[in-house]
Structure formats: structure tokens, C-alpha cells
Design a protein around this ligand. Structure first.
Ligand SMILES: [Zn+2]
Length: 297
């Protein structure tokens, strides 16, 4: 009667109100069943979780451990150091070694900074103790208790999950260090700033480096002082006699009006020792010429 193009749509239109209503209610029914099952399932999981938590020896012990440890494991607020260094000229600003300046700043306050660093490391050390206790607790107490309505393997599985969730987090030592170098041109036309931020670990590292460098400088300075102290009057005399009171470079002698010096062949500043094999007699001008060559300044 009608082209097939119209046939299907008309069938669809006529049957739609009936079967769509039936289909919708079936879908709704199924959805309701699934939703109910879901709700029951979630309620069951919640019941199961709290049943395990209540009857688990391991969870009970962990909660007690957490309670007695949590204060010690609390991370302190970040160690805050802020310093701004103003530079008078663009040139000094450009050539400034920010890291060296920062190390200087750290050394000025080293006792206080070290104290603050150590305070922030204590929770981490306490955590090592807590962690050992946690592991021991897991291996000795998990599976020791049970619940008459829950399968033992399921009980242990849930016990472990609860314990992992309740395990206290590792405390993080933090620092908020910001070292800023700044230069503002006359009349404030241009402003430049360089910033050097440091994390807690970087701060620790830089403080240690600053101390190491200072200690090294101390030993070098002490060695120089010691070597210079060894240069006694009798040592001078013995070298002069050995060298025949002549400059060992140009050969001029005191009789010709030269002022003679006892020179360290390998300079003390570079680790040279005060001993006859490292000493020589030099005249003023040879000594000056050598000094300029060895220590270019
Ligand atoms: Zn000479």
C-alpha cells in the first residue's frame, strides 16, 4: 500500500508507545535491582571493614602505636630564611657569586641554622623507629585474630589494607630559603634581581659545603703560619752560608750592595716546606721578579 520507505517508520510510530513503556519499566526495574545490589554491596563492605577493624589485633595495636607516635612524627613548619643583598653597581651585581654569598650568610648564622635543621630531622629519625615497629607489627600480629562471619584469608587481606591506609606518612623536612641579589639603577630606572631558592636538602648541603671550605681555608692558613714560623735566624744564616751569600739566580753578593733574601723555591702558599732543599738565597730584584712570576696577581 505504501512504499517501504514509509512502512517501517509507521510501524515504529504505532508500536512505540506500547513497547517503549514496557521497555522503560523493565530498564527501570533492572536499574533499581542493580542499585539495590550496589547499596547492599557497599553496606556489606563497610560492615566487613569495620568488623575487621574492630576485631583485628593488628589494627588495634597499630592505632595505639599511631597514637603514641604521631606527635614525634609531626613535621615542623618549613625552615625559612630570606635574605636580600642590594648591590651598589650593576657591575658588582653582575659579577656577584650568589652561591658564595649565600654560604657566607649561612655561616654567619650557622649555629641557629644547624639547630633548626636538626630539629627538622628528628621526626625523620623517629619515623625510622616507627617504621620498624610497623613492619614488626604487620609480621607478628596480622592473621592473629579473626571474625566468625569472615573467611580468614579475606580477613587478613582486609587487615593489611586497613593497616596500610592507617600507616602514618613519612614526615617531610622542608625549607623555604630564598636568597635574592638586587640592583636598582640610579633614579630607579632599571631594576634587576636574581634569586637562589634552596630546598631543605640543598640547604643542608650548602651549609656543609660552606663549613668544609672554611675548614680547608683554616688548615691552609695554619700550614702557612707553621712553615713561616720555621724560618728562624739560624735557618737563614745556614742557607746564606750554604749559598756563599750570593743570589742563586744572578750571582750578585751582599758585598756588591745587594739585599739578600731567603726564598722558598716552591712557595709556602702553594704547600712549599721550610727546609734547606726548598730554600735559596735571592737578591731583591730576582726575588721580586720570581714572586711576580709564581704568584700572578
Ligand atoms: Zn739576583
Amino acid at each position: 500500500m505504501v512504499p517501504s520507505g514509509n512502512y517501517l517508520p509507521s510501524l515504529f510510530i504505532y508500536s512505540a508507545p506500547v513497547s517503549a513503556a514496557g521497555g522503560r519499566s523493565i530498564v527501570l526495574l533492572l536499574l533499581a535491582v542493580v542499585a539495590c545490589a550496589g547499596v547492599i554491596w557497599i553496606a556489606f563492605l563497610l560492615w566487613e571493614g569495620s568488623a575487621v577493624a574492630r576485631s583485628s589485633d593488628a589494627v588495634g595495636r597499630l592505632l595505639a602505636l599511631n597514637e603514641q607516635s604521631k606527635e614525634r612524627l609531626r613535621a615542623l613548619p618549613p625552615l625559612t630564611i630570606r635574605r636580600t643583598q642590594e648591590f651598589g653597581t650593576k657591575r658588582s651585581y653582575d659579577s656577584a657569586d650568589l652561591l658564595a654569598l649565600l654560604r657566607q650568610v649561612l655561616l654567619e648564622d650557622e649555629k641557629a641554622i644547624e639547630q633548626e635543621i636538626n630539629r627538622r630531622l628528628i621526626p625523620l629519625q623517629s619515623y625510622a623507629v616507627y617504621d620498624r615497629e610497623f613492619v614488626a607489627l604487620m609480621s607478628f600480629s596480622v592473621g592473629r585474630s579473626s571474625h566468625r562471619r569472615i573467611r580468614p584469608d579475606r580477613f587478613v587481606h582486609i587487615e593489611r589494607k586497613i593497616a596500610e591506609r592507617r600507616r602514618l606518612p613519612v614526615p617531610v623536612a622542608q625549607a623555604d630559603v630564598s636568597f635574592i641579589a638586587r640592583y636598582t639603577s640610579p633614579r630607579g630606572r632599571n631594576s634587576y634581581a636574581r634569586r637562589l631558592p634552596l630546598s631543605f636538602d640543598q640547604l643542608r648541603y650548602q651549609l656543609n659545603e660552606a663549613r668544609r671550605a672554611r675548614a680547608e681555608l683554616g688548615t691552609v692558613a695554619a700550614a702557612r703560619k707553621r712553615e713561616r714560623g720555621l724560618m728562624t735566624a739560624s735557618m737563614r744564616l745556614s742557607i746564606l752560608v750554604r749559598d756563599g751569600s750570593r743570589c742563586q739566580i744572578c750571582g750578585i753578593s751582599a758585598e756588591h750592595g745587594a739585599t739578600l733574601h731567603i726564598d722558598h723555591i716552591h712557595p709556602v702558599s702553594l704547600g712549599g716546606r721550610t727546609e734547606p732543599s726548598n730554600l735559596q738565597t735571592l737578591c731583591d730584584s730576582c726575588n721580586l721578579a720570581k714572586g711576580a712570576r709564581v704568584l700572578p696577581r
